[in-house]
Design a binder for this molecule. Sequence first.
Ligand SMILES: NC(=O)c1ccc[n+]([C@@H]2O[C@H](COP(=O)([O-])OP(=O)(O)OC[C@H]3O[C@@H](n4cnc5c(N)ncnc54)[C@H](O)[C@@H]3O)[C@@H](O)[C@H]2O)c1
Length: 449
Amino acid sequence: MDVLRAFADKIADGQTKVGIIGLGYVGLPTAIGFHDAGFEVWGVDVSQRTVDLVLAGKNPTGDPDVDDIVPGPGTERWNITTSTPEAVPHCDVVLVTVPTPITHDLKPDLSYVEAAGRAVFESIKKGSNTIVVLESTVYPGVTAQTWMPIIEELGLVIGEDLEIAYCPERFNPGDAAHGVRSVARVIGCTNPDVGNALVELYSRLTSEDVRYVGKLEVAEAAKVIENVQRDINIALVNELARIFPALDVDVEDVLSAAATKWNFHRYTPGVGVGGHCIPVDPYYMIQRAADVGVPAGLITAARAVNRSMPNHVAQVLIDILWKAGLSAENTKVLFLGWSYKAEVGDPRETPAEPLAEALQNRGIQVGVFDPHLSEESLPDSVEFIGDISEAKGFNLAVLVTAHKVCVELDWSALASNMNTAILYDGRRVLDLEAIGAQGWEVYAVGRPL
Ligand SMILES: NC(=O)c1ccc[n+]([C@@H]2O[C@H](COP(=O)([O-])OP(=O)(O)OC[C@H]3O[C@@H](n4cnc5c(N)ncnc54)[C@H](O)[C@@H]3O)[C@@H](O)[C@H]2O)c1
């Protein structure tokens, strides 16, 4: 308890030393946030490239909001290293922000959480009561199930050598209004005193609500269901976007009409969902439900709908080409955007990839214009278009990602460079009437052909 009181005093004085393990999309802005809040920060990443870039004051992630805020070389209270054993002994609290992907057979891959946890626990000073907080997205039970066996194996004692807690990250890369310093946080911990001490710490990071919500599993479950709910809501509009065109009705007209009711939540259909969270986290929940023998039919069905969207859209694009008298051979499709979301250079789990594969399997060539991404981050099988004025000879343009630069293109210039000026809005953000007036034949997801 004395250690916790000392911890609380240190937070109040800004003397707490904060370690962050994993300096990616989540960890780096978190490290910068705690540094800006006045704390001494120890940031660790296993990637030498990431550490070199951060030490040079550069942004290794594709989140443009981080571009100009990485502290420069020699900044006080800012320590970056590849070595967990070097960093951890300096820290009062260590936040773990490593990836939690899924395996090829759609099972949770907890190897990063395990490896990072082990490296941290092996580096903890006996008797230091270092607080180790997992921030990665997991299913309920992971923090204790993955870390407690390691803690016991190493002979460490909870309450003397360390404490463990869970505080999910909820910020939204590429969305400055929901950055690490402006999202509400929930903290789960077996020991309420530790939970409340962490409330004090995180309250220095964010201006929004910070709450101790009880045991670890409550906070773990809260995070995963936030993304499950989004996946289900998006799946519903994506399914509607397949049903209504078959009834000769535009899904957007239906959604706009329904949204006039006070309790209708409007979502927008698209070519598919991507990124590290929404297409991944539901599998964590599905796995946990299966472990305890409870069916998760709704979550599973929503995943299946969203996962099948790229293939569905590929078939629609082939129908559009066929309607225009074009066969798949010698046909070129131009993707406007490749990232999984607008304004971010992040290709992880992007629906653009299965969409491109489905077209290529039919013999169609794919070119990609995405100024947020480098050529190296795209598969070799697609043609990289660095400058949109060089996109020539395409038959069909598809808005895959609603990057501002793609939405606000010079449509008339692009039309004149196309072999056939056919456009498909895969995000329902374009003014199709205005673009149609510039010589384009226009189509969109959820709109009758
Ligand atoms: N990206 C998002 O929008 C977002 C939002 C909320 C939550 N999350 C969750 O946060 C977690 C991290 O996601 P991310 O997008 O930051 O991942 P990321 O891949 O961008 O970053 C993870 C970093 O951890 C490093 N790393 C891996 N193992 C390590 C180890 N043992 N020690 C030190 N560094 C290690 C990697 O090199 C990488 O730089 C995931 O669980 C994700 O689901 C992500």
